[in-house]
Each structure stands twice: as C-alpha cells, then as structure tokens.
Design a protein around this ligand. Structure first.
Ligand SMILES: Nc1nc2c(ncn2[C@@H]2O[C@H](COP(=O)(O)OP(=O)(O)OP(=O)(O)O)[C@@H](O)[C@H]2O)c(=O)[nH]1
Ligand SMILES: [Zn+2]
Length: 199
C-alpha cells in the first residue's frame, strides 16, 4: 500500500492498517488469498470507496440550506427525479433510485434548487434505511427553511433484495414523509403526487 493511501484512509482514529487488515480478514473469511496479485490493493480500494459512499457524515444540512432568497411565491416548489444512491445499513449493500422533494415556502424564503439535491445527497451518503432517509430529508428542510409544508418521496431498489436473499429484481420500495400543509391538506398532497407521477 502506498504511503499516500495509508494517510488518506485513516479516519475516526482508526488507522489505515487497522481498516485494511479488517478487509484482508474478510477476504480470508470467504476463502480468498488477500496477497494474490488481483487483490493486493483491494483492501485499500474498498476502504476508500466506503469512505466515499459515506461522506455525507461530514456534510452539514444547516450550512447547505443557509443561503436563502426572497420570493413572493407561496406555491409548491418541487424538484423531482433526483437520483440518489445510498448504502443499506443492514447488509452494507447499495440501494438507489429517485427522490422527489417539494416545499411550500413561508415568508417568501426560498433556497437554490440545487440545495434540495444536496440535502438528498447528504443523507443518502450515510448508512441508511430508506424510511429514515426520507424522514431526515423532510425534517432538515422543515427545520432550516420553516416552510408551510414539505413533501418527500423516495423510490428505491435495494440490492440486498435483488442480488441475494429473496432475489426480487423489480421490487421498488416507496417511502414518503409529508409535513405541515402536505400532511393536513389532501389537495396539496394530491397536487404533489400528480406532479411526481407525470412524465
Ligand atoms: N424497512 C426497511 N428494510 C430494509 C431496508 N433495506 C433493507 N431492508 C430489509 O432489512 C431486513 C433485514 O432482515 P434480517 O432478517 O435481519 O436479514 P436477512 O436474514 O439478511 O434477511 P433477508 O434479506 O430476508 O434474507 C430485510 O428484510 C431487508 O429487506 C430499508 O431501507 N428499510
Ligand atoms: Zn440490505
């Protein structure tokens, strides 16, 4: 392993050697030889990939949503079909799909559209279950923008159900969190649902 990578993957008081040794153990656990040519750099790559997939732990939702703009709008603002990719905390396997995020501003306080996608990334790039991911995105927007309502839907395909276990390739999990006006008003909820189901 190069000294650069040794330094790069030390994290949370765990040294690169401890982390890569753990992966070497797992490789031996499945009957592989971690010293064969094709696997020699794999523990290092795996640790770097895992850090990359969980870099949302070091991103701060409050900071992302801190730049706001004034607008007279009090209508629903929706960003739909936001690709997300996350890691299931039960199996450490990928789940991914699309998220749809809407809010109804209050006091004319809006955010740049990309920030909604950044919030999705922040919480996706952690070990997750889809229900909590959905709720965290909605609650972060509710907390930092104080809007009249927030609606969040995630549609995800879980590798742990596709490539192993029950092996259902087409099954999709759909989760939603509705807050404020989207929870209280069927009309607002229906408007949101009709937008996200339209092409
Ligand atoms: N509710 C929920 N369940 C999830 C999510 N991701 C994975 N799971 C499920 O987590 C469960 C873990 O169940 P266990 O019985 O402990 O694990 P397992 O023996 O590997 O289960 P199988 O996947 O059924 O083989 C499985 O049913 C997975 O389908 C998620 O985001 N939300
Ligand atoms: Zn899983």
């Amino acid at each position: 392993m190069s000294p650069f990578f040794k330094k790069a993957i030390s994290s949370n008081n765990i040294t690169a050697k401890e982390a890569t040794d753990a992966v070497r153990t797992l490789l031996r656990y499945i009957g592989e030889n971690p010293d064969r040519e094709g696997l020699i750099d794999t523990p290092d790559r795996f640790c770097r990939a895992l850090l990359e997939l969980t870099e949302g732990y070091s991103s701060n939702p409050e900071e992302i949503l801190s730049t706001t703009f004034e607008s007279q709008s009090d209508e629903m603002i929706l960003l739909k079909d936001i690709e997300f990719t996350s890691t299931c905390e039960h199996h450490l396997l990928n789940f991914s799909g699309k998220a749809h995020v809407a809010y109804i501003p209050s006091e004319g306080k809006i955010v740049g559209l990309s920030k909604l996608a950044r919030i999705v990334d922040t919480f996706s790039q952690r070990l997750q279950v889809q229900e909590r991911l959905t709720q965290q995105v909605a609650e972060a927007i509710a907390k930092h923008l104080n809007p009249q309502g927030v609606a969040v839907v995630f549609e995800g395909t879980h590798s742990c159900m596709c490539v192993r276990g029950v092996r259902k390739q087409s099954a999709k999990m759909v989760t939603s969190t509705m807050l404020g006006q989207f929870r209280d008003s069927a009309a607002s909820r229906n408007e949101f649902m009709s937008f996200i189901t339209k092409n």
